[in-house]
Design a protein around this ligand. Structure first.
Ligand SMILES: Cc1ncc(C[n+]2csc(CCOP(=O)(O)OP(=O)(O)O)c2C)c(N)n1
Ligand code: SF4
Length: 274
């Protein structure tokens, strides 16, 4: 089994929720290995931000994107080689600010890839400006008197956009987060895992989440129920809100063809002739 650590010095603040996420990802990859998904078949992409540094700390192949472009590169990789399992990491600013349209369209197309959203409710790397997911009243560098905007609700937004697997997890509940990641990667279609991720420097939400986070016992069978549960603020639910089977983009596009295998067999034929 491949060692997933790298020799890069870790610069996350101690106590940052990103540590829980990386630990859950490593555990999920080991679990996926046991379910016949090889590490070499997993490719990652990331945006720019504290979340994006996960790319440096994981010994996996992939592309470190531009800000908001984690899913653009992920979609390109998947279309070039549909046999790969792609995991994309985005911040809330990255995926629902700069990269919003890429996120919505990847979900709409039902691209067969996984997006893990590090939702720390702010732009952490650039010192705590408000993001599209910051709570109303959030005080940061760009909103010293408190944000007056209503935030996006990531889970309902992605359900409405067409994601076929939509879950939420909490970075301090590593086993549950790992389970969500494994299920998301195994799902055929666009899978989305929102991770509630405290940012100890600019938005320390540990106390809030430790008090309010509740596990969903079952996947809601009605969409209306899923949306109501996802929007609840009294209890904050984690678990799978929605899962459905729908045709995936690369199969609609290519039918039975597979450009990677075609390129590979053409190269093999050329090699054979030479
Ligand atoms: C197009 C563009 N705009 C702005 C920046 C500067 N920038 C780098 S990281 C970042 C914020 C990242 O926030 P988020 O995606 O929420 O990730 P976090 O750092 O919170 O994990 C910004 C604004 C950039 N790199 N590119
Ligand atoms: S600024 Fe926030 S998100 Fe970034 S490493 Fe520190 S705690 Fe984590």
């Amino acid at each position: 089994m491949r060692e997933l650590d790298t020799n890069k010095a870790n610069t996350w603040c101690s106590g940052c929720g990103n540590f829980g996420i990386i630990n859950a990802v490593k555990k999920a990859i080991h679990d996926l290995n046991a379910k016949e998904v090889g590490t070499d078949d997993i490719v990652i992409t990331a945006g720019i931000g504290c979340h994006g540094k996960i790319f440096d700390y994981l010994n996996l192949s992939g592309i470190y994107g531009l800000h908001g472009r984690a899913l653009a590169t992920a979609q390109g990789i998947k279309l070039a080689n549909p046999d790969l399992k792609i995991i994309s990491f985005g911040g809330d600013g990255d995926s629902l600010g700069e990269g919003l349209e890429h996120t919505l369209f990847a979900a709409k197309r039902n691209m067969d890839i996984t997006l893990i959203l590090h939702n720390n409710g702010n732009y952490g790397l650039t010192t705590g400006q408000f993001s599209p997911l910051s709570f109303q009243g959030y005080k940061g560098l760009s909103t010293p008197f408190g944000s007056i905007e209503k935030p996006f609700d990531a889970v309902p937004l992605l359900i409405e956009a067409g994601a076929t697997f939509v879950a939420r997890a909490y970075s301090a509940r590593i086993d549950h987060l790992c389970e969500m990641i494994v299920k998301a990667v195994q799902h055929k279609g666009f899978s989305f895992v929102e991770v509630l991720q405290p940012c100890v420097a600019y938005n320390n939400t540990y106390q809030l989440f430790n008090q309010k986070v509740k596990h969903l016992e079952i996947v809601p069978d009605k969409l209306s129920q899923a949306l109501t549960l996802a929007r609840s603020t009294e209890d904050i639910y984690i678990g799978i809100f929605h899962q459905e089977t729908r045709a995936v983009y690369h199969e609609l596009l290519y039918q039975d063809a597979n450009p990677y295998r075609q390129r590979k067999s053409a190269a093999e034929r050329r090699e054979h002739k030479a």
